[in-house]
Design a protein around this ligand. Structure first.
Ligand code: SF4
Ligand code: SF4
Ligand code: SF4
Length: 474
């Protein structure tokens, strides 16, 4: 059956030199751009460019239904906030359009074959780092029960595929929390740059850089877990194992399209080396296993040491609200010297599939207002509050994807499975040997042996970053 095009439904734009408001609030300008250049007044699909590092358009599959345009405009507030043309496209690489396109005409840019080439190169040490959401998403690809926790199978399958080391990115999620908790306490004590926004979602970071550059000082300077993981792999891990970091090919396996963009950011390099050489998604890892005839369910294995242990706090990073819950556990410990009570561990108010949630938390004499949101349409409300001085929050978590990274564009499709993935990560948190990153023995060891103190000189060098005004992209 022919798919009904939204543009056909609304009718073609016949009015030139004006802005036309369509049903959902997004607009297409039918004119020349501000430089007088012609632009396409008939965009039926997102004009994703060849040099987009994360997203690919397969034009021959496109039915020109316009669903991707609407999702980008309504959920992420990107399309329609600038004058798009056939050759001009602004993108935060969130992958919402991938999830929206039923024809498979938009996908992540594939790098899994490059990873296989690296594995087959005997002069390279190929290291996989596995993000939390991948372990609860990959089962969907192979038709297993939704939300199945496939960690040991996945690690074993990675070894069978030929990765030399398999590490847990949750280790670096623990590191992220150590630094983010330190940073929040410092900002509150010094009364500067409140609220502190999280910065582990590269799509969100790029959104602020493009559309709200005056608010960049509110973003945490802490790198994302994947970037920290790369910094540590090519420094600490390489030292411990006696490997020349230039021989390492570090592969971050993620639920995320935007991470493919993130690893191209030069400010995240360490000693001129990229933190990750490739990012592949859950779907790509599944293709890689399939191409090598590896049966996921028949494999088992465990992470390598040094960077293979994580707390429950790191595990819930994949869930909406997870970063906030994890951070508050360590903020509580840092302020009171004791671990928090159960109600703070769970913090039900900021869990679940509501786009914008909030909670108030008392830690000793400190009262904190926190907010958690996903999709830029919700984040925009909070950004506007900061702009007009009415924001009451101290800490704000923003993720681009519905439900957080468990709902990332690189995961097998199906929004009905997101809640099950969230439940599976929560269960793993509850069953973890410790639920606090500050109790993770490997985290204690890395600060003692390598990083020094939280927020110290070495921690700043390896674990923090800077941001740039990107409004020129508009
Ligand atoms: S890329 Fe997909 S969602 Fe976008 S217009 Fe084409 S078919 Fe529709
Ligand atoms: S990846 Fe996100 S920002 Fe880029 S075109 Fe798709 S929906 Fe829009
Ligand atoms: S929410 Fe997670 S998966 Fe989605 S774009 Fe952000 S980092 Fe990537």
């Amino acid at each position: 059956m022919e798919k009904i095009s939204r543009r056909k439904f609304f009718g073609k734009c016949l009015v030139y030199n004006t802005t036309v408001i369509l049903g959902g609030g997004w607009f297409l300008s039918c004119s020349k751009d501000s430089n007088g250049a012609e632009f396409n007044s008939d965009l039926e699909y997102l004009p994703i460019q060849h040099d987009n590092p994360a997203i690919a358009l397969w034009r021959e599959k496109c039915e020109e239904c316009g669903d991707c345009i609407e999702a980008c405009a309504e959920k992420q507030k990107v399309f329609g906030a600038y004058q798009a043309s056939a050759s001009k496209h602004v993108c935060i690489h969130c992958g919402t359009c991938i999830k929206e396109c039923e024809e498979g005409a938009i996908t992540e840019k594939y790098h899994w074959r490059d990873v296989l080439d690296a594995i087959d190169n005997p002069s390279k040490i190929v290291i996989a780092s596995l993000s939390p959401s991948v372990r609860v998403g990959i089962g969907d690809y192979f038709g297993l029960e939704k939300g199945s926790f496939m960690l040991e199978n996945m690690v074993g399958a990675c070894r069978a595929a030929g990765f030399d080391y398999v590490l847990d990115t949750n280790f670096s999620a623990d590191l992220t929390i150590m630094e983010e908790a330190w940073e929040l306490q410092r900002r509150i004590t010094e009364k500067v740059n409140i609220p502190q926004f999280t910065s582990c979602c590269p799509a969100w970071v790029k959104y602020v850089e493009i559309f709200y550059p005056s608010l960049l000082k509110y973003l945490s300077t802490v790198k994302s877990p994947i970037s920290m993981q790369g910094s540590m792999v090519k420094s600490y891990f390489a030292q411990k194992k006696g490997i020349d970091p230039r021989d390492i090919i570090h592969v971050a396996v993620t639920p995320c399209s935007a991470k493919k963009y993130e690893i191209t950011r030069e400010e995240l390099s360490i000693d001129s080396l990229r933190s990750a050489d490739f990012v592949i998604t859950t779907n790509e890892l599944s293709k890689l296993f399939t191409s090598r005839n590896i049966d996921l369910t028949a494999q088992t294995g465990s992470f390598d040491s040094f960077m293979g242990a994580a707390s429950g706090a790191g595990i819930i990073f994949g869930n909406t609200g997870g970063v906030t819950r994890a951070a508050l556990r360590t903020v509580y410990y840092n302020i009171t010297g004791a671990n928090p009570p159960d109600n703070l561990l769970e913090l039900q108010q900021i869990q679940g599939l509501t786009g914008l949630k909030e909670a108030q938390v008392s830690i000793g004499a400190t009262n904190l207002n926190v907010a958690v949101c996903y999709e830029m349409r919700n984040a925009q409300k909070l950004l506007e509050q900061v702009m007009n001085g009415s924001c009451k929050y101290h800490f704000i978590e923003v993720m681009a994807c519905k439900g957080g990274c468990v709902g990332g564009a690189g995961q097998p499709a199906g929004s009905s499975t997101i809640q099950k993935r969230i439940g599976a990560l929560n269960m793993a948190d509850q069953q973890a040997p410790t639920r606090y990153c500050h109790e993770n023995p490997e985290i204690k060891a890395i600060y003692k042996d390598f990083l020094g103190t939280t927020g110290g000189t070495e921690a700043k060098k390896y674990l923090h970053t800077t941001y740039n005004n990107k409004s020129h992209l508009l």
